[in-house]
Design a protein around this ligand. Structure first.
Ligand SMILES: C[C@@H](O)[C@H](N)C(=O)O
Ligand SMILES: C[C@@H](O)[C@H](N)C(=O)O
Lengths: 161, 161
């Protein structure tokens, strides 16, 4: 498949929530996202990487990060706060001033250098990548909102958009 | 937008690699994925959730997980092993026997209960979710390969596919 990167997009109407140290067993992700969907909170990105063992107890724990519309952040935070004890959620961290920048295209799965080029151009411009999520047609990076305009500019230049 | 979940897909030709405890500063993601793309390793999912501070030093560290074709796992592992000291990669964990199961559809972003339903049906069937990644048209879960057939069956039933 030929590689074509068609556009760079930005979304500043995002806020991120990171629930860390959850027990890595069936039912935890369902509990968290049912608590949110029961109150009609729409979630944008959901990101969970691999488990690690808890430094204290040795049992496997994991982190789940997700993003919501900025206007929903406080409501989402309250909902998780209310179920925190029941679900044994250790830490709930939020950050409001983030943005999601993405490149959209096709053939990205079969071309190994595309993600590396995106990460490199952000690194050269001293922009830290806070979250990463990929699909067949899109690579998304969550960055600090203050870097949004610069990120979009240097990505557009790198991929000749 | 109307919610339509069209299909459930499985991909057993996956292996996951988790690089944990990397310094959370610009350039680290670029270094890792350049090392892989220089040797033509194609990466499927890349997942990085939010940073935490390192228990020892207090400086921010992060984990980056990604999946490759199973046939590429050993080559990818060797490449990371070779750059490990230079990049200060603390732990490199791999798991070969995984599978990615996904639901594909439209309108999932604006319907908050879809992800929760997927996670709940896996939980009811005692299937642990090892990684999660979402896009506008897809929600993917990495699970243990031994649960693939059961997962696909119960997901298809839940979403009437
Ligand atoms: C951490 C969480 O995803 C857990 N593994 C679950 O299956 O619900
Ligand atoms: C951890 C890694 O993603 C780092 N934040 C970077 O920007 O490269």
């Amino acid at each position: 498949e030929k590689l074509v990167v068609r556009s760079v997009t930005e979304d500043r109407d995002q806020a991120k929530i990171n629930v860390s140290g959850v027990p890595d067993r069936p039912g935890i992700a369902a509990d968290i996202f049912e608590a949110l969907s029961d109150k009609n909170i729409c979630v944008d990105m959901i990101i969970q990487s691999s488990a690690k063992s808890s430094p204290e107890s040795g049992t496997p724990v994991n982190d789940i990060s997700f993003t919501v519309k900025r206007s929903e952040l406080n409501r989402a935070r309250k909902i998780l706060g209310a179920v925190r004890k029941k679900m044994r959620l250790r830490d709930i961290l939020v950050k409001e001033n983030i943005a999601k920048v993405s490149i959209v295209g096709s053939g990205m799965k079969t071309h190994s250098g595309v993600a590396a080029r995106l990460f490199r151009v952000l690194a050269k411009n001293k922009i830290n990548i806070e979250m990463i999520s990929t699909s067949e047609i899109k690579i998304s990076c969550v960055i600090d909102e203050k870097n949004t305009a610069k990120a979009v500019k240097v990505i557009a230049k790198e991929f000749k958009l």
